[in-house]
Design a protein around this ligand. Structure first.
Ligand code: ATP
Ligand code: MG
Length: 332
């Protein structure tokens, strides 16, 4: 068979998308979308931390789809799938959780860190088990490659382990998928925190207008006390963003050199950064506006993609039931 290899990857509908999503994940999706058969998942089963704000989840499904179209994902070649409209995801999660030892979840470092973020609030059971569902998401289209940010790698390791176990114990159903981390494995937040994140309120959004971007950049965390102190670009968020989004290498090198000597002010570094990010975002904003004026087209993309997702899910579930030998009613 001359089938293309498959990609599964996804995003939680908890808000619109930011520069971290772009550099950590979307950029790879764009690069690979014509080479692989892609399933881009809007993971609305996995937002139990937003249980008190389902309206936000519902709106964010559209926000995510708009952002995907705005960055240039092609919904005819890559399928935009709404997770909960393919309930087979829940079904496969149930079967797979039979074969996943509790300790493996308890040791998952990303899950541990995210659960710690709940602080005194109680953690929903569905939050604790979301990585199992992510395993099911990846295995559902029998994906070969999973382009994601670095924080998702432990989940992919679990997926590989479960695929191996299942194949060994029953039948060879699942390829062992590889993770693929983007050019910037984990983009810091504008506040200098380790990860730009919707939930931490430290993000520059793809849909932010030029003025908002400039304000966020000018207010960005800087580790230096005074503009005449020698600085280290490696630990300065503004320079991490310059590296990621400013294509003018000569300008970046010049700024870095002067920064190391304490010969450039943060304001100049940031002004040039804001200009670079705005230039990068301009075509994305334009495309977003065009799609936002044609929501029935966005709906079509979601409907078509979800139907494709459902079709391959049915195929996989037949293989899974056959492997588990669950033909109860066929017996008599
Ligand atoms: P939330 O805070 O609600 O979990 P999030 O910003 O972490 O939101 P997700 O939907 O969980 O977004 O992640 C979607 C994809 O984007 C994942 O592959 C994730 O690894 C990647 N990603 C998210 N934030 C960053 C970042 N700051 N740097 C690199 N990749 C990122
Ligand atoms: Mg996340």
């Amino acid at each position: 068979m001359n089938e293309r290899k498959r990609i599964l990857t996804g995003i939680r509908p908890t808000g619109s998308l930011h520069l971290g999503h772009y550099a950590g994940a979307l950029e790879n999706w764009l690069r690979l979308q014509s080479e692989y058969e892609c399933y881009f998942l809007i993971a609305d089963y996995q937002v139990s931390d937003y249980a008190d704000d389902i309206a936000r989840v519902r709106d964010s499904v559209w926000e995510v789809a708009l952002d995907w179209l705005a960055v240039g994902l092609n919904p005819e070649s890559g399928h935009f799938v709404i997770e909960s409209l393919v309930p087979e995801h829940a079904e496969l999660t149930t079967w797979l959780s039979w074969f996943l030892p509790l300790g493996m979840l308890q040791r998952n470092p990303t899950l541990k860190a995210e659960m710690a973020d709940f602080g005194k609030k109680s953690v929903p059971v569905a939050f604790f088990t979301y990585p199992v569902m992510q395993v099911a998401n990846i295995l559902m289209p029998r994906a070969h490659l999973v382009p994601v940010g670095e924080d998702q790698l432990p989940h992919i390791e679990m997926t590989r382990e479960l695929a191996r176990r299942f194949n060994r114990q029953f039948k060879e159903v699942f390829p062992e998928p590889e993770g693929l981390v983007g050019r910037v494995p984990r983009l810091v937040g504008v506040d200098g925190q380790a990860k730009m994140s919707k939930s931490l309120n430290n993000a520059i959004y793809l849909k932010d207008d030029a003025k908002t971007v400039t304000q966020k950049v000018m207010g960005m965390f800087t580790p230096r006390m005074s503009p005449t102190d020698p600085g280290d670009p490696e630990v300065t968020p503004a320079f991490m963003y310059h590296e990621a989004f400013n294509p003018d290498r000569a300008e970046v090198e010049d700024l870095k050199e002067r920064y190391r000597k304490g010969a450039v002010g943060d304001a100049e570094v940031k002004r040039k950064l804001a200009a670079a990010i705005n230039t990068f975002l301009d075509p994305i904003r334009d495309r977003r506006a065009t799609y936002a004026a044609n929501m029935p087209h966005v709906r079509e993309a979601l409907e078509y993609g979800t139907n494709q997702g459902r079709a391959i899910a049915r195929e996989t579930m037949e293989m899974v039931r056959d492997a588990l030998d669950l033909g109860y009613l066929g017996k008599y």
